[in-house]
Design a protein around this ligand. Structure first.
Ligand code: ADP
Ligand code: MG
Length: 145
């Protein structure tokens, strides 16, 4: 696995990073986003959905586990924070989403035993005080941002 680290200092820098990572999140790709609440996972998804020129703005889904933003591809944004038990993901038919889009998963930890290895695994670290975010990107392919 390749590993790179990027530090951002504002939400807009994280969105910019998401735009640069967009090309690695094409149709059929699976992306895991890890990091505590408020780390910036959803902010990063905003950048990826901008890259694919999706019209809707990415936000944290409240009651639904998966939201599709349509653009050049479907950006399928999952948030498993509210899963009660990991088997709930079987009802989502996740593989079908990969035909026309990617799958970007916040809180993949919760259902990890039923998920395949991701193409990208992104971990966002923050101190809970400042706007600094350390974003560690693991990938099978070599990536440049
Ligand atoms: P998560 O999805 O990980 O819970 P969000 O992206 O919804 O996190 O929220 C991140 C919060 O942190 C937002 O309020 C955003 O404005 C703020 N923030 C501050 N600095 C940054 C940064 N460098 N990158 C991303 N978000 C940041
Ligand atoms: Mg979120």
């Amino acid at each position: 696995m390749n590993k790179i680290k990027v530090v951002t200092k504002s939400p807009s820098e994280t969105i910019e990073l998401g735009k640069k990572l967009g090309r690695y999140a094409d149709k059929g790709k699976i992306i895991f986003l890890e990091g505590n609440l408020g780390a910036g996972k959803t902010t990063l998804v905003k950048g990826i959905s901008e890259y694919y020129q999706c019209t809707q703005i990415a936000k944290s889904p409240t009651f639904i586990l998966i939201t599709t933003y349509t653009g050049k591809i479907n950006v399928n944004h999952c948030d498993f924070f509210r899963l009660n038990y990991s088997e709930e993901i079987f009802d989502l038919a996740l593989e079908e989403y990969l035909e026309n889009g990617n799958l970007i998963i916040e809180w993949p930890e919760i259902a990890k035993k039923y998920l395949p290895e991701p193409d990208l695994k992104i971990n966002i670290e923050f101190d809970g005080i400042t706007q600094k975010r350390e974003i560690i990107i693991h990938s099978n392919a070599k990536i440049e941002v």
